[in-house]
Design a protein around this ligand. Structure first.
Ligand code: ADP
Ligand code: MG
Length: 259
């Protein structure tokens, strides 16, 4: 009956009004030139308020260029970047509330795991008492609370990426950016961490823009996938829809290629 259905609907964690928030990020006509070389044609792109969006494409297609523009590391040659309704096109990284995880060299080698994760909170001036609880909560989220006192040289590559993820999430960013975070790991570990990252994103609802050149990774993790080819968006849809009916022969072939 309706009443029975009504009680089960209460299980949804996110209230309706919060779900309707403005997009985490919008790019409007964003293009990038290096000198006379155009590496990104004008693109329009939106990351929804709690979405996991993946940029997928071969090497050199412009994935990292888009991510560095989203982060404020690089300025677009054309177009606008809007974050939760605010124009941040020329705002530097520290003026954006963004968490980042890269492929490698992501941790401070001379700081403990705990201090690595605590760093963004220290920068933001969070009091010591609140800091400790928050850091341990996020270390627990990535399953590393036992390793808080270790140093980066004393943990594995997979563990280092978990620490990097905890550090990127600990200040509850408006947007999480990840550029091939599993690219340096072996296949088995990569699959474990794919599941882990997806679980954590679903749990935290932090909007995520994820970059990979691995088709299977994109298919298994994403709410939506944008496929890039030589600075152009050639697909933009849910994984199943792209897989079922790719819009170009090129993307059909790209999706069919094994890594
Ligand atoms: P992806 O991340 O998809 O591999 P990138 O966004 O890194 O691709 O690069 C897109 C294109 O832009 C490539 O052809 C690359 O060589 C070029 N490119 C990237 N950074 C620079 C730069 N600083 N100067 C000149 N060309 C660059
Ligand atoms: Mg790249």
């Amino acid at each position: 009956s309706n009443t029975a259905m009504g009680s089960s609907i209460k299980l949804a964690r996110i209230p309706e009004d919060q779900r309707e928030q403005s997009p985490a990020l919008e790019m409007q006509g964003v293009a990038k030139d290096y000198g006379s070389l155009r590496v990104l044609n004008p693109i329009d792109m939106t990351v929804g308020s709690s979405e996991f969006l993946t940029l997928l494409g071969p090497s050199g297609s412009g994935k990292s260029t888009i991510l560095s523009i989203a982060a404020g590391i690089s300025e677009p040659s054309e177009g606008k970047v809007i974050s939760r309704g605010r124009d941040v096109t020329f705002a530097p990284p520290h003026a954006r509330n963004i968490g980042m995880v890269f492929q490698r060299y992501t941790l401070f080698p001379n700081k403990s795991v705990f201090d690595n994760v605590a760093f963004p909170l220290k920068v933001r001036g969070l009091p010591e008492v609140q800091k400790r609880g928050r850091v341990m909560h996020f270390l627990q989220l990535v399953g590393l609370e036992q390793l808080a006192k270790r140093f980066p040289s004393e943990i594995s590559g997979g563990q280092a990426q978990r620490v990097a993820l905890a550090r990127a999430l600990v200040f509850e960013p408006d947007l999480l950016l990840m550029d091939e975070p599993l690219g340096a790991l072996d296949r088995r570990l990569r699959q474990n961490l794919q599941d882990e990252i997806r679980r954590i994103q679903i749990e935290t609802r932090i909007p995520t823009l994820y970059v990979t050149h691995d088709q299977e990774e994109a298919m298994s993790m994403s709410d939506r996938i944008i496929i890039l080819r030589a600075g152009d968006i050639v697909e933009n849809d849910k994984p199943a829809a792209i897989y079922r009916s790719p819009r170009t022969l090129w993307s059909a072939q790209f999706l069919g290629d094994a890594n």
